[in-house]
Design a binder for this molecule. Structure first.
Ligand code: ADP
Length: 502
């Protein structure tokens, strides 16, 4: 396997954006971090510094929370109509769409993903999410409830519920889909009428900052969306622990998710929603159409270089077809063009960071040391940049870390099975429960398995199908609550029951 090196030149507008003295967005203004400190942003395709951003810490988080609180309690946002909120969100979607190429380029340079993929997936999905949520702003309704109150015979009441915004929300997002994760978080929060402090990932802060510029341009009042760049322990943790934050919405590792829950519990019991890790089973039944299941299994793990929390990283194949499927997925891995995301021919870019590359390679080594075999791949790739070979492992054991733990890289473990009952317990043998898939021509089997698999999303004869209207989230330790759909919106509201005696 080899890695391509050439990358397309950066457009003038993106080059200009990268050179800016990036700051924090607090109360509608771009400001330096209180400490004046900055940190480097690196292109993972070559390890070069492409920008520097402000390093926000607890003092900056505190300023941002105060701005968000003021905007929520007394700013123009507190008086805005639902229709106006919807229009602002829609306007933001239009602006992102207008700058689609620029966002795709920024995402590619910052995260490493192919620019072409960002242009058809990350950016349009973010636009669609904002439009979907814009529509909800005017449809957040309470109910009227006929109450009986048996201990007050003869009394008459009018009872109804109000669905009110939760308040000031802290949102902490990861680096695998930087713009899209910001959209998943901001869309429902803004539609519900909350105000936000968004902490973008330290590896990929740039698209969030460009989004901040468009939020300003769209006309959101000051303090409604505040954006802080910084590190997990010094910016994320103070946001999770802030006593004046009403809710934290987090996407990232299960390990940090537990810290967020603890921080909420130790302070003000703020509401918490979590979208965490996964180790998703992808099941090929004996009757599956292998012509679609094989490329489907390859794309389930190799899409976004396996840096998807729902990646199909455990591939269960009936023993009758095991060799054929493994060979097919390995062939797909061999032909993937690995290179810088900015090269138009690239199908798989680098891991997001050196740390991530080392983490993935560490898992590979531990699997190989424990007796697993790499049919293809198994190592880092190239001399510069953070590339890893697309890898198919066989001969794994259920207790190996490559089966139990989330690798977050282009590594699939293929496991044969004989008995369908055994299959269900093996597939569910995970602390995670984010996603699962089944490939079969048997409709009844598909629905039966969909019920038995412990996962928040089950795909049948497809994988990685997302839509703004479809709730996404985890069973078990993959999280609390849902992203997208009206369920996400509900989690940014709280219910007030009002009773009037007539
Ligand atoms: P990964 O290990 O894949 O980078 P993390 O869960 O560490 O995933 O990171 C996801 C997001 O959580 C990032 O924005 C990161 O800065 C933030 N984060 C990391 N550690 C903490 C923490 N202790 N408290 C709050 N946020 C954190």
């Amino acid at each position: 396997m080899s890695v391509m090196t050439e990358a397309a030149t950066i457009s003038e507008s993106t080059a200009r954006f990268l050179q800016q003295q990036h700051q924090l967005l607090i109360n509608g203004e771009w400001v330096d971090a209180a400490s004046g400190k900055r940190f480097d942003v690196v292109d993972p395709a070559n390890g070069e510094v492409i920008a520097t951003v402000a390093e926000g810490v607890s003092e900056d988080i505190d300023r941002a929370v105060r701005a968000a609180r003021a905007a929520f309690e007394s700013g123009p946002w507190s008086r805005i109509t639902a229709s106006e909120r919807g229009k602002l969100i829609w306007r933001l979607a239009d602006l992102i769409e207008h700058h689609l190429d620029e966002f795709a380029e920024i995402e590619s340079l910052d995260n490493g993903k192919p620019r072409a993929v960002a242009a058809v997936a990350d950016v349009p999905l973010a636009v669609d999410l904002f439009r979907y949520m814009a529509g909800w702003a005017t449809k957040i309704e309470g109910t009227t409830i006929p109450i009986s109150v048996p201990y007050m015979p003869g009394a008459e009441f009018h009872s109804y519920t109000l669905r009110e915004p939760v308040g000031v929300v802290g949102q902490i997002i990861p680096w695998n889909f930087p713009l899209l994760m910001a959209a998943w978080k901001l869309g429902p929060a803004l539609a519900a009428g909350c105000t936000v402090v968004l902490k973008v990932a330290e590896e990929t802060p740039l698209s969030g900052l460009r989004l901040g510029e468009l939020i300003q341009e769209a006309g959101f009042p000051p303090g409604v969306v505040n954006i802080v760049t910084g590190f997990g322990e010094t910016a994320g943790a103070p946001l999770a622990a802030h006593p004046d934050v009403d809710k934290v919405a987090f996407t990232g590792s299960t390990e940090v998710g537990k810290l967020i829950v603890k921080a909420a519990g130790d302070t003000n019991l703020k509401r918490v929603t979590l979208e965490l890790g996964g180790k998703s089973p992808n099941v090929i039944l004996p009757d599956a159409d292998l012509e679609s299941a094989i490329p489907g299994a390859a794309s389930a793990i190799f899409f976004n270089h396996g840096q998807c929390c729902c990646a199909g990283s455990r591939l269960f194949v009936h023993r009758n077809h095991f060799d054929q499927v493994v060979e097919g997925v390995a062939d797909a891995a061999r032909t993937i063009k690995v290179g810088p995301g900015m090269n138009p021919a690239t199908e798989m870019g680098p891991m997001v960071s050196k740390i991530q590359q080392e983490r993935v390679c560490g898992y590979l080594q531990s699997g190989l040391d424990a007796g697993a075999e790499a049919v293809v791949g198994g190592h880092r790739l190239g001399d510069s940049g953070f590339f890893v070979e697309p890898t198919v492992l066989v001969n794994t054991k259920p207790e190996m870390s490559v089966i139990q733990e989330e690798i977050f890289g282009p590594v699939v473990a293929a496991v044969p099975y004989d008995d369908p009952e055994e299959l269900v317990s093996a597939a569910n043998d995970s602390i995670y429960g984010l996603a699962a898939a089944v490939w079969t021509r048997d409709v009844s089997q598909a629905h039966k398995l969909a019920r038995k698999l412990q996962a928040g999303s089950v795909w049948v004869n497809c994988y990685n199908v997302f839509d703004a209207s479809l709730p996404f989230g985890g069973y078990k330790q993959s999280g609390w609550g849902r992203e997208m759909g009206h369920e996400a919106l509900e989690l940014y509201t709280q219910t007030k029951a009002v009773t009037v005696q007539l």
